[in-house]
Ligand binder design. Sequence first.
Ligand SMILES: Cc1ncc(COP(=O)(O)O)c(C=O)c1O
Length: 478
Amino acid sequence: MVSGTLSGTEREQGQNGHAAAAPNGLEPAALEQAALDHVWIHTAPWEDVSGPSGLLIFDRGQGSTLWDIHGREYLDGLSGLWVVNAGHGRAEIAEAMGRQAAKLAYASSASFTTGPAVQLADLLADITPGDLERVFFCSGGSEAVETALKIAKQVQAMRGFPRRYKVIARRGSYHGMTMGAMSLTASRNETHFGPFMYGVSHVPHPNRYRSDFGVEGEQADIMAARYVEQEIENQGPDTVAAVIAEPISTAAGVHVPSPIYWRMLREICDRHGVLLIADEVINGFGRTGKMFATEHYGIVPDIMTMAKGLSSGYAPVAAAIVRGAVFEGFKEQKTVGIGHLLTFGGHSVACAAGLRNLQVFADEGLVAQGAEKGEYLKARLEELRGHPTVGDVRGIGLMCAIDLVRNKETRAKMGKDSTFAKRLNALVQERGLVTRVWDVMQFAPPLVVTKDEIDRMVTVTDEALTIAEREHAAEIEG
Ligand SMILES: Cc1ncc(COP(=O)(O)O)c(C=O)c1O
């Protein structure tokens, strides 16, 4: 506990004798120390949190801009974590949440529901593709994925296939960090958390830049889709419950598959009675230039997961939405419910945030804005190809990336943990741009980003690349 850092009036004694701090009552230095002492930053290793560039503590935001507790300004190049699609500082969403909290904050989602949850479910049924129409609300993306997994397994059992428990995911995929979701995540940490959920296998993902099959262009996508069918056949079709994939995966490196890949996946799943789960946790809500990325491919998944942009981060709300046929068994077998309950699923304040957020989308045409600015961003990023470390520029909508390479010819990666990637990250941050620099550098600002802000992102990146390349010249081949 940091003491002696609050002004007298801001300080009160709590019942347990601890000083209760007024919000923002600590001076910046004390707040930073308290953060280091007490906040568990989710995935960052201690070296990063306590290192020279320090831990950023943000204080406020507006549009695509963030300010830290020292008043320093940053461009939010990642929308938080592909979350704040409608932009920061939306008083109208905050007000809708406040009104709902004052009226009714909570009712149990086990047996009841509330007006905002019903309205949001109705709206989601309307805006999602095809006959996706029944919504199970959750609080975050991992829970949505857990929900999708359990729905797939129970529905298969209810359809008379209790042995269909296996799930096929893809290499490079990320589906969350709770145990079931992490079992699907390709970078799962076996050492600390294994053994994982039994019956998960990983297949190649569509990647035309570094094809697993040594082929070029669309052929690489076709091979990746065929591999899914081979895996279903290899596992035994009567044991496979579902295939899960992000329509366009950021974790796997923002490779945009051609429509044939998703059409093939849909056909393959139908042929083998396997449920197709599209994980739209990042892709959804305008991120790729359509409301949902599956719309680029003209297919309807059996289950779709969504989170992040559903409320643009104003409240933790997520969902798994399923097609009519997936829920049908619960109507027929009237006495059977799903063995799944999340206390905060469908929280009325979170649903009010989601509803108001989607009203902003409609009022301001945010999806179309994202598509248009995405084209501009991609075109500007193309100008960085002259850098020896920019191997590829990919993306769609405001979900773009540059692929960082040591060698343009062999396409050898710089690597997520390379000193180059870390230095580049520090350099852009020093210049007021926050984003993620791993194998690829991500560009995913809020859909309200302006062209000037995009220009600034590109200029800062150009400058930072030049410096990092000069400093790391010995590591760059060719
Ligand atoms: C595709 C995908 N699925 C699921 C998740 C998990 O979401 P959450 O972190 O909200 O649990 C993420 C998180 O980034 C994601 O990118």
